[in-house]
Ligand binder design. Structure first.
Ligand code: ATP
Ligand code: MG
Length: 302
C-alpha cells in the first residue's frame, strides 16, 4: 500500500506538489494522471526517496522507502528509462542490479525473456532504441518480484506488441495482489488498464476514485437515436427533460438513458432504426475535469 499524506514539494520558488493526499491500494492498477507539469514525476521521486519532501510524507507499507537495503525486492520502479549506464549490456545491467539487491541471477534471464529482450541481452544499452530501453526499465522493475510497483510513463516508445504486453502485465501484477501505480498520458490505454485513478493538476489533487466514478462524473451520458420522425421525437424528449440536438441526421440526447428514450418513442408509435448509448470516455472526462489545471495549454485549447 502506498500512502501520500499532505505532501508538498518545492524546488526553489516552484511548488511542484502541494498538500497532496491519496492512497494506492494493493490488488488494483492505479492510473496516475495529470497534465504536463502537474507534479506526477515529482510525487514518484519523493515516494522512492530520490527527493526529499518539503512537508508531509509518502510511504510504502507505512514507512518511507528511501535508503532501504535490497529495495528492489520491496518496490520495483521505472522512473526514467534513459537513466541507465549505456556502456553495459542489458544482461550486465540487470545482473548488477540483481547482485546488489540479493536477487537470484536466474531472475535476470526470466525478466529478459518476459520483456522480449533475450535476443538483445548481449548488446550495449547505448545502442538501444527508446522502446528497448523502456522494456529494459520495466524488466528491471520486475526483477525483485516486489509487491509494490511504480511506473512513470512506461508506455513511451513501446510498439503495439509492447503496449499489449504491458497492459497484460499490469493486470496480472494486480491480480497477484500487488500494488501497481502507473502514470500515463495515454487515456485509451488507461481506460483499459486502470481500476482506480489519482488525478492531479498544478500539484494538487483533482480526484482519487475508481475509473468508473471519474468517467461518470466527467461525462454526461449520451444517447444517439435514428428515426424518420426526428422532429416529433425531439419535441417529446425535450418535453420529458432531455437536452436534444441533431447531429448528422441523428438525434443526440443527454440527460436521459436509452431505455427511457426507447420507451417514450414506443409510447408514441415512433419507429427507431438505431438507439445507442455511448460509453463515456476517460479522455473526455479527463479533459473536462482537468481543464482548469492545464498550465501549458496549446493553441487548440485557447
Ligand atoms: N528538479 C527540479 N527542479 C526544479 N523544478 C522542478 C524539478 N522537477 C520538477 N520541477 C517542476 O515541478 C513541476 C512538476 O513537474 P513534474 O515533472 O513532477 O510534472 P509531471 O506531472 O511529471 O509532468 P509530465 O506529465 O510533463 O511528466 C513542474 O513545474 C516542473 O518544472
Ligand atoms: Mg513526469
Amino acid at each position: 500500500m502506498i500512502e501520500v499524506a499532505n505532501l508538498t514539494k518545492r524546488y526553489g520558488g516552484v511548488t511542484a506538489v502541494k498538500d497532496l493526499t491519496f492512497t494506492v491500494r494493493p490488488g488494483r492498477v492505479t492510473g496516475f494522471l495529470g497534465p504536463n507539469g502537474a507534479g506526477k514525476s515529482t510525487t514518484l521521486r519523493v515516494l522512492l526517496g530520490l527527493h526529499r519532501p518539503s512537508a508531509g510524507t509518502a510511504t510504502v507499507d507505512g514507512r518511507p522507502f528511501g535508503g532501504r537495503p535490497r529495495g528492489l525486492r520491496q518496490v520495483g520502479a521505472l522512473l526514467d528509462a534513459q537513466d541507465v549506464h549505456g556502456g553495459r549490456t542489458a544482461r550486465a545491467h540487470l545482473t548488477a542490479l540483481a547482485r546488489s539487491n540479493r536477487i537470484p541471477p536466474t531472475r535476470v534471464e526470466e525478466v529478459l525473456e518476459d520483456a522480449g529482450l533475450t535476443g538483445a541481452a548481449r548488446r550495449r544499452i547505448a545502442g538501444f532504441s527508446l522502446g528497448m530501453k523502456q522494456r529494459l526499465g520495466i524488466a528491471a522493475a520486475l526483477l525483485g518480484g516486489a509487491p509494490v510497483l511504480v511506473f512513470d510513463e512506461p508506455l513511451n516508445g513501446l510498439d503495439p506488441e509492447g503496449v499489449r504486453w504491458v497492459r497484460g502485465l499490469f493486470r496480472r501484477l494486480a491480480a497477484e495482489g500487488r500494488t501497481v501505480l502507473v502514470s500515463s498520458h495515454l487515456m485509451s490505454e488507461m481506460e483499459h488498464t486502470a481500476d482506480d485513478l489519482v488525478v492531479v493538476g498544478r500539484g494538487e489533487l483533482i480526484a482519487a476514485e475508481s475509473l468508473a466514478e471519474f468517467t461518470a462524473r466527467g461525462c454526461r451520458q449520451r444517447v444517439t437515436v435514428a428515426t424518420p420522425a426526428a422532429d416529433a421525437l425531439l419535441s417529446l424528449l425535450t418535453a420529458e427533460g432531455a437536452s436534444v440536438r441533431t447531429e448528422g441526421g441523428l438525434l443526440v440526447a443527454t440527460g436521459m438513458d436509452a431505455g427511457r428514450v426507447g420507451a417514450i418513442a414506443q409510447r408514441h408509435g415512433i419507429p427507431l432504426s438505431r438507439l445507442q448509448e455511448e460509453r463515456p470516455s476517460l479522455e473526455e472526462a479527463f479533459m473536462r475535469l482537468t481543464a482548469d489545471a492545464v498550465q501549458y495549454p496549446t493553441g487548440d485549447a485557447r
